[in-house]
Design a protein around this ligand. Structure first.
Ligand SMILES: *Cc1c(COP(=O)(O)O)cnc(C)c1O
Length: 799
């Protein structure tokens, strides 16, 4: 085991690796070279455990869960891997003795950003947790050459640059596995030819064959000797079919398949390339899974006893017809048996209630790209309709069938073709049952269940916040590092004023760490005695960054009207990427930056108000920002945020949550009690009431509320310099187009709760830290180790 390695052995391994890879002495090596060498040494240490786990699947006939996700957002892996191996302190000390600062090597690693936001981050947390609970659970995804775009702010605008995360060394954590490559067929025609005994076999014509090559990455459990596998697929041109791709342009079209992650996680990207990506990942992954099951020598019709496949959001939903295809066409299983097995193997997580994000494909395009899959989906749809037409209302069948009006509904495919569909927070699952998927609920009530999201506690406490972690060690011992539930013991200390003072010191130190970063990046001084009020997440109208902006404008206007006004100093911190084609979201970014320029450079305002937008929000930046937050802004329109996970990260780091009753905010409130969270605004019922009655009138609020009018008009009356059409776009969205996300209705309560919070911070720091401590203590409820334990038991039935 790696934990047996001592310093002398480690340093020898490290120096040998530097020599082997770069022919360089440690004293002459760059931080990048040292990082690469260290990563390779770690990989060598875990190789035996990794190999054993992968081979154990077939050898021990272990039931395994395969988590299919079009996104994985792990961020950096160096610290996590060292921590989970149990050699963090040893390596840090050994390197220091040899003149190397571990932090410099951490800085040299690039973020692995093969995801947009919460969805991909959840998949990454789950990989860590699966290994940590010791469950056989492997990931399947795409090895995009370019991750999520790199965001630069130029003139206040978002500029997108390619994120070439693969250095010339490739990804040091991965191992290419050419011998596990498989072929994936797309395009062409397929017809069925009768064989002996009436069996129909598909005949393919004019297909394009792609070569899918896996790259495996170790997923190391927390100090338990378990190493799972994350398999990412890359595309190559198969040697055998080279003649099908004669020109450079042909080759480039193939390479494009694994080139870029679609930088939009909220609306459909209507391009055939995305459909090819989805099928490529699903087909390559499932072919290898079925192959390895076949090696166990068990009957194909019992595959569900050894294999569970999870469909994370709809993108991998073609797993349903693809497993049918493999079982029938490649292994001769008959339809009814294949169907029974497929339903038992498959399960699906829904991540959104936004209708524009429910994935649909044009049936003609689908037929062109994956003709055999199209046939199978057609037959699944036909049988579904035939079975249910006599049992439920016609409109229920119509709302749940897969193919309707020339479109293929991927969520419907995932629900019909699996045995489980889960939402990601209690409210979200309720909304699926009552509203979004209610017709499915009448047919398959037994399939529905809730699995509230979680976060991997080690990254979001021990790694992101070493100062807080050390304080917790002093207060309750180190047991919490292994068993996060021990954080609960902190609740006994909430009246200990010395503890609260220490907590305050830790927070201030983390704020200073972030202030140093802001100084370096933006040249701006952030006063650490101010409230650090943070909203970091993807930019989307429903997340309502604009409501936060409106509050800042109000404070600014108040201060300009009365420079004597008593105001608790505040620093507003934003981080957010907008999908490149999402005009409104980009306008909000521009406005935040121009508002920041206005506020920060106004001598009258001074240190009372600062606004910063930190560019290129990603996992590493999250690890820096979240520990420094006093206030966590979770202010989505009630009913719109499926769960949220940054809300949990903030809580674990002692921020107070300012929130609507949405997603997991509700469960955070239940965990900490309503005195230790600040709730404002309409709840889901109030929002739905407006939908039902069609009685929301933003114009009336604007006309009758002078303060709101003053704030909204600031977007167009020159108050904020250097914004042009952006201000009008926002004004129109709020007033002319009736404020789809109810900012104007929620504004007054938001402002009121913000003021109360500021007063508490200014007058009673001790009570504030008490609430912070209660939040930290109860964050144990949101460990993804527990979430994944429930998936393993209740959905996948693995040990
Ligand atoms: C946790 C996380 C998210 C998800 O944030 P929400 O506020 O839950 O939407 C997005 N991006 C990154 C980099 C994260 O770490």
């Amino acid at each position: 085991m790696a934990t047996d390695i001592n310093k002398a052995q480690f340093i020898k391994d490290f120096k040998d690796q530097l020599y082997e890879d770069f022919m360089v002495k440690n004293s002459d090596a760059t931080a990048e070279e040292q990082f690469v060498a260290l990563a390779k040494v770690i990989k060598n240490y875990v190789r035996p455990d990794w190999f054993r786990q992968k081979n154990g699947i077939v050898a021990d006939k272990k039931k395994t869960a395969y988590y299919f996700s079009i996104e994985f957002l792990p961020g950096k892996m160096l610290q996590t891997n060292l921590l989970n191996l149990g050699i963090y302190r040893m390596v840090e000390a050994a390197l220091a003795e040899n003149g190397v600062a571990l932090n410099d090597l951490v800085a040299a690693e690039r973020d692995m950003a093969l995801g947009n936001g919460g969805l991909g981050r959840l998949a990454a947390c789950f990989m860590d947790s699966l290994a940590t609970i010791g469950a056989p659970g492997f990931g399947n995804g795409i090895r995009y050459k370019y991750g999520l775009f790199k965001q630069k702010i130029v003139n206040g605008y978002q500029v997108e640059l390619p994120d070439a995360w693969l250095s010339s060394e490739g990804n040091v954590w991965e191992t290419k596995k050419p011998h596990s490559a498989v072929d994936v067929k797309i395009y062409g025609n397929v017809y069925l030819e009768p064989h002996d005994g009436g069996v129909l076999k598909p005949v393919y014509e004019n297909v394009k064959t792609l070569h899918a090559v896996p790259y495996d990455m170790p997923q190391i459990g927390f100090q338990n000797g378990v190493v799972n596998n994350l398999r990412l697929w890359d595309v190559e041109i198969p040697e055998k079919y080279e003649l099908d791709y004669p020109t450079l342009a042909d080759r480039r079209r193939v390479e494009d398949i694994t080139s870029v992650l679609y930088p939009d996680d909220s609306s459909r990207e209507g391009q055939s390339l995305r459909l090819i990506q989805e099928y490529f990942m699903v087909s390559a992954g499932l072919q290898t899974i079925v192959k390895s099951y076949a090696k166990m020598g068990l009957p194909m019709t019992a595959i569900q006893e050894k294999v569970a496949v999870h469909i994370n959001d709809t993108h991998p939903a073609m797993a349903v017809p693809e497993l049918m295809r493999i079982l029938m066409d490649d292994y001769g299983v008959k339809w009814s048996d294949a169907w029974t097995s497929t339903i038992a193997v498959m399960s699906y997580t829904n991540h959104t209630v936004l209708s524009e994000a429910l994935e649909k494909w044009d049936a003609a395009l689908f037929k062109e790209i994956v003709p055999r899959i199209h046939q199978i989906v057609g037959e699944i749809d036909r049988q579904f309709v035939a079975k249910w037409a006599s049992k439920v209302d016609a409109c229920v069948v119509d709302n749940t069938r897969i193919i309707r009006n020339g479109q293929i509904h991927m969520a419907n495919l995932a629900i019909i073709g699996g045995h489980s569909v889960n939402g990601v927070a209690k409210l979200h699952t309720e909304l699926l049952i009552e509203d979004v998927l209610k017709d499915f609920y009448t047919i398959f009530p037994e399939k529905f269940n809730n699995k509230t999201n979680g976060i991997v506690p080690r990254r979001w406490s021990q790694i992101a916040n070493p100062k807080l972690s050390n304080l917790i060690d002093d207060l309750i011992g180190k047991g919490w590092r292994r068993d996060i539930h021990e954080l609960k013991k902190l609740e006994n200390l909430t009246s200990d004023t010395a503890v609260l003072a220490q907590l305050d010191l830790v927070k201030t130190a983390n704020k200073q760490r972030l202030a140093d970063y802001a100084k370096k990046m933006l040249g701006i001084e952030l006063p650490v005695n101010a409230i650090f009020d943070v909203q970091v997440k993807r930019l989307h109208a429903y997340k309502r960054q604009l409501l936060n902006v409106m509050h800042i404008i109000k404070l600014y206007q108040d201060l300009k009207a009365n420079s004597e006004l008593e105001l608790t100093p505040r620093v507003f911190i934003f981080g957010a990427k907008a999908a490149p084609g999402y005009h409104f979201a980009k306008s909000v970014i521009k406005i935040i930056n121009e508002l920041a320029a206005l506020v920060n450079n106004d001598a009258e305002i001074g240190d009372k108000l600062k606004v910063v937008f930190l560019e290129n929000y990603n996992v590493s930046l999250a690890e820096l920002i979240i520990p420094a937050a006093d206030v966590s802004e979770q202010i989505s329109t009630a009913g719109k945020e499926a769960s949220g996970t940054s809300n949990m990260k903030f809580m674990m780091n002692g921020a107070l949550t300012l929130a609507t009753l949405d997603g997991a905010n509700i469960e955070i409130k239940d965990a900490v009690g309503e005195d230790n969270i600040i709730i404002f605004g309409m709840d889901k019922n109030a929002v739905y009431d407006h939908y039902q009655k069609h009685d929301y009138n933003a114009r009336a609020i604007y006309d009758n509320n002078p303060e709101i009018k003053r704030v909204v008009d600031a977007f167009v009356d020159g108050t904020i310099p250097n914004i042009h059409y952006e201000g009008h776009e926002i004004w129109d969205a709020l007033v002319s187009y009736n404020d789809e996300y109810f900012l104007l209705e929620d504004f007054d309560d938001y402002v009121k709760k913000q003021a109360e919070l500021a007063t508490l911070y200014a007058n009673d720091k001790q009570t504030w830290q008490q609430k912070a401590l209660i939040n930290i203590a109860n964050s144990e409820r949101f460990s993804s180790d527990d979430t994944i334990e429930l998936y393993a038991k209740e959905i996948w039935e693995i040990n």
